[in-house]
Design a protein around this ligand. Structure first.
Ligand SMILES: Cc1cc2nc3c(=O)[nH]c(=O)nc-3n(C[C@H](O)[C@H](O)[C@H](O)COP(=O)(O)OP(=O)(O)OC[C@H]3O[C@@H](n4cnc5c(N)ncnc54)[C@H](O)[C@@H]3O)c2cc1C
Length: 444
């Protein structure tokens, strides 16, 4: 890490006492590292405690001869994600446009067709009106929800008692809109509609800019403050002394992580381009493992690959398969979607099953079930003594994303700077100037 102060598991007990740190930051994901960076820049001694033997958490770049490099976790950024773009600029990290949203494949009922735009078409006037109505309702309801306090929305209690599935039952009339609604929940929050709170789902889309945007411990050392940014459900593994207050203690027991396996099939040539496709496909097929693909060829045109996401319930089911069985089923699926046997001729396969990751528990983020936000939401960012909470799940913009991790980490660091009298309270929630770099058109 750039400031030299990461302590890995095992080293922890021996080394932490020697650091005489001002702040212990627990986790070296983007949130913890962003917090440590701000504190370091203000001259504070921050140590970062990390359970894994690497930094990055839910972001992970694998490097080997077969793939050169590939992001098996978070990777796509887009407009309005200004903090992560600022950090990419600062560290000289190059970004590139990954694909063209004007040229997608929509695969349904065994047939593939070319479409434009991020939302797949539904057949029939009724279904089209139904889809328009669904997303208009979602955005209008979202407008009512304060991004920093969703539990204060006028309908917070009512919506937080409902699942998204119950809302779909009341709102959707056609099968086409149902499928699209379900797929939107799968792709956006790696969960099923019967699992998640309506209030939380509406808030999630709103804090990302609306449906259109989202689719197109000190352990006895002398640490004076702690920033805890470990994924919420994994905080139940920590021992707090003194114990956490009641609601915080229960909060961390009620937020399961989403389910996703990110897969990459490599080919000797980009056959999809030869057929005039960008490599992006939305797949609506009950039997399909993958629901969503992107081309992942490198910017210099090497290592042609298709990235595919196995999401929510499908991810939970297919962990029973071997890696090779998943690869073969995915290749057969791509042969149907891209309408060519070339898709069967894979040269390499990579995947990361985030459900099995001990220090993540799942991905992309924690999901909030009915009743959570109105009962526990106010506790999400409330410091407990000298413990301040970060992590993408505590963000108010792009929560669940890398941008949210940075916002949360920087905010927690500023809470500590405020407590130390180094900044005013009004500076804790700093506005981020717009970053005009357009990196990618489509993100999830
Ligand atoms: C497959 C996948 C695709 C994604 N796609 C995108 C995308 O395209 N765009 C986007 O913006 N975001 C994406 N995300 C989400 C994004 O990666 C996360 O929101 C973000 O990285 C979270 O950062 P964080 O620091 O809050 O948490 P994490 O990255 O989870 O960091 C938490 C850290 O805590 C450590 N830890 C856990 N327990 C302990 C402990 N007891 N003691 C010490 N350390 C501990 C973990 O090892 C980890 O390093 C994706 C995630 C996944 C998995």
């Amino acid at each position: 890490m750039m400031h030299g102060n990461v302590i890995w598991r095992g080293e922890l007990l021996e080394n932490i006492k020697d650091h005489n740190a001002d702040v212990a930051v627990i986790e070296a994901g983007l949130s913890g590292l962003s917090a440590a960076k701000i504190l370091h820049e203000r001259g504070l001694n921050a140590i970062v405690l990390e359970a894994r033997d690497r930094v990055g958490g839910r972001t992970y770049t694998l490097r080997n001869e077969d793939v050169t490099y590939v992001d098996l976790g978070g990777s796509y950024v887009g407009p309005t994600q200004n903090r992560i773009l600022r950090l990419a600029d600062e560290f000289g990290i190059q970004t590139f446009l990954t694909q063209d949203t004007e040229d997608l494949i929509f695969h349904s009922k065994g047939r593939s067709k070319k479409i434009t735009g991020a939302v797949p078409p539904v057949s029939g006037l009724l279904a089209t009106l139904d889809v328009n109505n669904l997303f208009r309702e979602i955005d209008e309801m979202g407008e009512e929800i304060p991004v920093d306090a969703p539990w204060d929305a006028p309908h917070a209690e009512e919506w937080d008692k409902m699942t998204v599935k119950e809302f779909f039952n009341q709102t959707i009339w056609t099968k086409g809109a149902w499928k699209l609604g379900e797929q939107t929940v799968n792709v956006c929050v790696t969960s099923e509609s019967h699992e998640v709170s309506l209030l939380w789902f509406l808030w999630y889309l709103r804090q990302c800019g609306g449906s259109n945007r989202i689719l197109s411990t000190d352990n006895g050392g002398q640490c004076r403050h702690v920033i805890l940014a470990v994924p919420l459900p994994l905080q139940t593994r920590l021992t707090f002394d003194p114990p956490l207050p009641s609601l915080r203690n229960q909060l961390i027991q009620r937020v399961p992580m989403g389910s996703v396996i990110k897969t990459f099939v490599y080919y000797d040539r980009p056959f999809w381009q030869e057929k005039g496709h960008s490599g992006t496909a939305i797949i609506e097929d009950e039997e399909a493992l993958v629901e969503f693909t992107f081309a992942d060829t490198k910017p210099d045109s090497t290592k042609p690959a298709i990235m595919g996401l196995i999401l929510a319930g499908r991810a939970k089911t297919c962990v029973a398969l071997t890696k090779e069985e998943r690869r073969d089923r995915i290749c057969k699926l791509y042969a149907r979607v891209f309408d060519t046997d070339q898709a069967l001729k894979w040269v390499h396969y990579e995947e990361l099953n985030w459900l099995a990751e001990q220090w993540s528990g799942g991905c992309y983020s924690a999901m909030m079930p009915p009743g959570f936000l109105t009962t526990f939401g106010r506790e999400l960012r409330k410091p407990v003594g000298r413990i301040h909470f970060a992590g993408t799940e505590t963000a108010t913009e792009w929560s669940g994303y890398m941008e949210g991790a940075v916002q949360a980490g920087e905010r927690a660091a500023r809470e500590i700077l405020f407590e130390r009298g180094e900044i005013n309270q009004s500076e804790i929630w700093k506005e981020e100037p717009e970053n005009k770099v357009i990196v990618i058109l489509f993100h999830i």
